[in-house]
Write a protein that binds this ligand. Sequence first.
Ligand SMILES: NC(=O)C1=CN([C@@H]2O[C@H](COP(=O)(O)OP(=O)(O)OC[C@H]3O[C@@H](n4cnc5c(N)ncnc54)[C@H](O)[C@@H]3O)[C@@H](O)[C@H]2O)C=CC1
Ligand SMILES: O=C(CO)COP(=O)(O)O
Length: 333
Amino acid sequence: MTRVAVLGSGSWGTAFSLVMAEAGQDVMLWARRPELAAAINADRVNVDYLPDLVLPQNIRATSDVAEATDGAQIVVLAVPSQSLRENLGRWGDHIGEDAAVVSLMKGIELDTGKRMSEVITDAAGIDPARVVVVSGPNLAKEVAQRQPAASVVASTSPRMRARVAEACATPYFRPYLGGDVIGTEIAGATKNVIALACGMASGMGMGDNTLASLITRGLAETARLGTALGADPQTFLGLAGVGDLMATCASPLSRNRTFGYALGQGKTLQETIAATKQVAEGVKSCKSILDLALSLDVEVPIVENVEAVVYEGRSTREVVAALMSRARKLETS
Ligand SMILES: NC(=O)C1=CN([C@@H]2O[C@H](COP(=O)(O)OP(=O)(O)OC[C@H]3O[C@@H](n4cnc5c(N)ncnc54)[C@H](O)[C@@H]3O)[C@@H](O)[C@H]2O)C=CC1
Ligand SMILES: O=C(CO)COP(=O)(O)O
């Protein structure tokens, strides 16, 4: 049995705690609000995020990070990407020297353009070899219902990724090992922006041809950006790439797709933000991903047009026209 700390008790932090607990680990779940931690311990339910899931006894909750991380051999980070650096400022000293540090997050930091593994190294001085990224088609609600799913557990360290994969393997959660941290993170963050675009299209009444075109061309620009950063192109054909795009772009459970859908239906950005109770990472990451792509001179037209809707107030109709009238080019260039 491995001691695991999961820092962040939203949808995915809670569902991943279930996975690790049912893989036999001793899990401490950190919640920002003491009253939520107390309610989880008393009722065995995280009523705010996954009200239908009864948590097993080997998950305990706390709002004290020192208690959560005490003796943890695996520390899992599951907060919104843009809050990670600030949180690590408080948490860094509590993370044990030999612990694997797992990122569940799918975002790129605004202003710095850093991937979450880079933020972990930067903000908490963690050796990059100790960082493990878990990413794939893993809608939290379906995982919490124990529906079979697979995911990539990526790290440059074979020892660290094996430790984490071993700790999260259950009959309904199948980890595959990976070595491409860059590709896995770029795939996870960028698919959120493509899901926003797919949601917008669906909200405007468009059908499967449009969705398939957006997903396929979204994959092309994701792979272009990732390979420019040094990723393995094969990663984008795997679970963190095609797999997660399919799940997120098609599912009404996706917060990013749902956010885009509301915009496509004509809701304003402010109305949509007000109606969104959980994090839709693509809303912020569309800007950081676009900035990253511009800095590398990589074309990301779908990301660029989503950013134009979210940050520049362009209408969804305008960006459809812009995407459809781009200069003709070879599909594979
Ligand atoms: N929900 C899902 O299906 C999946 C989510 N992810 C990724 O996991 C990460 C976390 O997402 P979720 O758990 O779904 O989000 P969520 O919105 O359900 O929960 C976020 C949690 O972070 C807390 N939080 C918010 N702001 C904070 C701050 N400034 N400091 C500390 N804690 C803060 C919230 O109270 C909540 O407990 C995201 O990067 C997301 O893209 C990845 C795979 C699946
Ligand atoms: O990353 C996810 C599924 O793999 C969850 O997507 P959303 O954040 O859009 O809900």
